[in-house]
Write a protein that binds this ligand. Structure first.
Ligand SMILES: [Zn+2]
Length: 569
């Protein structure tokens, strides 16, 4: 009898063993590729198991297969590479959407082709509605127009093509734009007062005129505002469409979360509406716009909104403290190399940076200040330091400086010491470094510009991104710039200031786990770990191992947000 009982027990045991531990079948099992987790304990795994919107298991394929049931979707990566979903650390969400609505003129090969594109667009809109385009570049056209004034075409052909709809087309550089006659009529260009003309002609602003003194349709730099200030109103009616397009653009680019740098109350309302309707398919981290001081203070008194659904969190304010290097608006300690009487300037009172920082610390908000020049960065670090020291009770402020492009060498270690996060967009280095040296000169470039590795070594957490739509939202060029410090054409050999390159592991972290840290969200996302949100991206190429130039060939093959496949190439 004893013997029989023992045999029975053995049978039960072997039955249990053959079934393995009892696991519930999962929703998805992903395997068959290289999976980089950004989890130091287990950097590469064979498989990921998803249940609901969370990661249930990561590890060996043999283990993961135990989660496969009748209704489990098995995704075979077929050798492709998977990483945590990318987090855009600094962009302008609605701007990305509006950019998608606009006419893309990047690839037109002549003025005639540009006009044809506008004709097609005009047919689709109501009379009087604006047609907005972007990306044209007259130097890239195969055929030059017969008549050129100051290096640009004139508006006449465009005006004939669209007599009733105002048209405004931004140059690829973003520093000029072209208007048709209707747009100039709407803006009252010919009736502008001397004062207005003077205001818009500062800082290189110019309305180009022909030999008779008539505007040719080209508006440079600040003068672009003469036309663009009339467009705003029209954009509001397209907000729903723009937001939908921004979400889709993120999915297409492997972006599963987005730090929105400076958001109006209208946009927040629209985000909430989308969330309630189940349409907000990208996780938004909102920085309130510091320009709207009333709204900011309302938020300070009611406190942050941290979303338990991890879709729409509002706990941050954005202050715009200086301009850009290109327009010499960045605020410098020493004058511009190519304009020795000029230092740039602050665009936000430094006293207010201090008072906002104090209030933010008291009410649980993070401060994110835009600073490009070394003076702006230093002044902000000083204000942050004072406010932080006055509030020793706040242990985890995570204040940020957006861009932190040019730093005085003495200020570099202060980021790590103070726990201030530099949110830097590596792609800006790639696009701007070739001419930035004219603005700053070699010494300042070498000692203080785009100092990613020095900041990391100082103990700072660096957040990456693109500033989309200023640069394209695609994270791959910015990842490439992070590790190569080259232009997208692959120049120069060895990269600019190569000691400041990030390693590939650092670059991946800056776009995932460290970007999540920049939003207090590293415990719920940013790496592929059990219990975290199942936000994932699959790339066609292995961005962690491929030859440097081949990184740019990688494309997004699949994007998963909260366990749902939202994009498949
Ligand atoms: Zn920005």
């Amino acid at each position: 009898m004893k013997y029989l009982y023992a045999l029975f027990l053995l049978g039960v045991f072997s039955l249990l063993l053959s079934c393995g531990p009892s696991v519930k079948p999962a929703d998805k099992v992903i395997l068959g590729g290289t999976i980089y987790t950004v989890n130091d304990d287990q950097p590469i795994v064979e498989a990921v198991v998803i249940t609901g919107d969370k990661i249930e298991f990561t590890g060996k394929e043999t283990e993961a297969r135990k989660y496969i049931g009748a209704n489990t979707e098995v995704i075979d990566l077929e050798g492709k590479t998977m990483t945590p979903g990318f987090i855009e650390g600094h962009g302008h969400f609605m701007g990305v959407g509006y950019n998608e609505l606009n006419l893309d003129l990047m690839y037109v090969k002549s003025y005639e082709e540009l006009v044809d594109k506008v004709k097609e667009a005009v047919v689709k809109v109501q009379p009087g509605q604006w047609v907005i385009g972007r990306g044209w570049h007259q130097d890239k056209w195969d055929v030059k127009p017969g008549k050129m004034i100051k290096g640009f075409q004139t508006h006449h052909l465009l005006s004939e093509a669209s007599p009733n709809n105002p048209v405004y087309l931004y140059h690829a550089s973003g520093h000029a734009a072209m208007a048709n006659a209707k747009a100039m009529e709407v803006a009252g260009v010919n009736q502008l007062s001397v004062e207005v003309l003077k205001e818009y002609s500062e800082e290189g602003g110019e309305i180009i005129r022909d030999e008779m003194g008539n505007p040719t349709g080209i508006f440079n730099e600040r003068a672009m505002g003469i036309i663009s200030r009339h467009i705003q109103q029209d954009e509001n009616s397209q907000a729903v469409e723009a937001l939908t397009l921004a979400i889709q653009a993120c999915w297409r680019n492997g972006i599963t979360s987005f730090h929105d740098a400076g958001v109006s109350r209208e946009s927040i309302e629209l985000f909430k509406q989308f969330k309630n309707e189940g349409k907000l398919g990208v996780r938004l981290y909102v920085m309130l716009s510091g320009w709207d001081s009333k709204s900011m203070h309302e938020w300070f008194s009611k406190g942050p909104e941290i979303d338990p659904d991890n879709l729409l969190t509002i706990r941050s304010v954005k202050l715009n403290c200086d301009g850009a290097l290109g327009s010499r608006g960045a605020w410098l300690l020493e004058p511009y190399t190519d304009r020795p009487d000029f230092f740039g300037m602050a665009t936000f009172p430094m006293d207010s940076v201090l008072s906002v920082s104090r209030q933010a610390l008291k009410s649980g908000f993070q401060v994110c200040s835009h600073a490009i020049g070394d003076r702006a960065n230093q002044e902000i670090l000083n204000r942050y330091e004072q406010a932080i020291n006055e509030n020793p009770g706040v242990k985890d402020h995570r204040f940020r400086i957006e861009h932190a492009q040019h730093l005085h060498p003495d200020d570099i270690p202060r980021f790590g010491q103070l726990g201030v996060i530099p949110a830097m967009q590596a792609i800006h280095m790639s696009s701007d470094r070739p001419w930035a040296i004219e603005r700053l000169g070699e010494k300042r470039i070498v000692e203080g510009a785009y100092m990613w590795q020095s900041l990391l070594k100082s103990g700072a957490v660096v957040v990456n991104g693109t500033d989309a739509p200023v640069e394209p939202l695609n994270p791959i060029p910015s990842f490439y710039a992070s590790v190569s410090r080259k232009t997208l054409a692959g120049e120069p050999e060895g990269g600019f200031e190569p000691e400041e390159k990030m390693t590939r592991a650092q670059a991946l972290r800056s776009y995932t786990l460290d970007a999540a840290y920049g939003a207090f969200e590293e415990k719920v996302k940013g790496s592929i770990e059990k219990g975290k949100l199942a936000d994932l991206v699959v790339f066609t190429g292995n961005i962690m191992e491929a030859d440097e130039m081949d990184i740019l060939k990688a494309e997004v093959a699949m994007t998963i947000v909260g366990g749902k496949i939202v994009y498949r190439k």
